[in-house]
Design a protein around this ligand. Structure first.
Ligand SMILES: [Zn+2]
Length: 181
């Protein structure tokens, strides 16, 4: 089923942002439901872990990776290795396990405080609350370590969690054009 109101360009338009004005795009991992709109961001640095880039382009093609989303020669890749503060208030962290080079983002906001965007480290909040592996993992041990890493940061920094596929959590969070400050 197609939900035009959920599409990325529609959502960006709703908050008054044109894709050509976006300077930084963070890709959590190479699965197709996290890469499909990359072609719109021609003026952005695209941040991904080097190990995820390698996973996407070397070896047998994973059924959830669409190389055509990623091998566009106009994309300006910034490939990193491990945890890095890429700008004040935005730390990218290695959270491997769901895929070999999965990463999450820790954001510091003036009013809200810390926010964690965890991609597919866990599918639902229950994965974090009960330390349950995500539905797919390339490495079970690493995936569980990443869930625990997120839980430590969440607890230590009292961070707000954004879990990409949790149908209950999304009901409780602000959605565009509303936003966190
Ligand atoms: Zn995924």
């Amino acid at each position: 089923m197609v939900w035009p109101q959920h599409e990325l360009l529609t959502q960006l338009r709703g908050i008054g942002i044109a894709p050509q004005g976006v300077r930084h795009v963070v890709i959590s991992h190479a699965h197709l439901d996290h890469t499909g709109n990359l072609r719109h961001f021609r003026n952005a640095k695209v941040w991904m872990q080097q190990s995820e880039y390698d996973f996407a382009f070397t070896g047998p093609l994973h059924p959830a990776v669409v190389r055509g989303d990623l091998n566009d020669p106009d994309l300006d890749w910034s490939l990193i290795d491990g945890d890095h503060e890429i700008m004040p208030g935005l730390v990218l962290m290695s959270t491997a396990g769901h895929t070999p080079g999965h990463q999450s983002a820790l954001i510091s906001l003036p009013q809200t405080g810390r926010a964690l965007i965890v991609g597919d480290v866990g599918d639902w909040m229950a994965n974090f609350e009960h330390e349950i592996l995500p539905g797919e993992a390339s490495d079970d041990v690493a995936a569980l370590e990443s869930i625990r890493k997120i839980n430590r940061i969440r607890r230590d920094q009292d961070a707000l969690m954004f879990v990409c596929h949790d149908p209950d959590l999304i009901q409780k969070q602000k959605l565009a054009p509303d936003f966190y400050t």
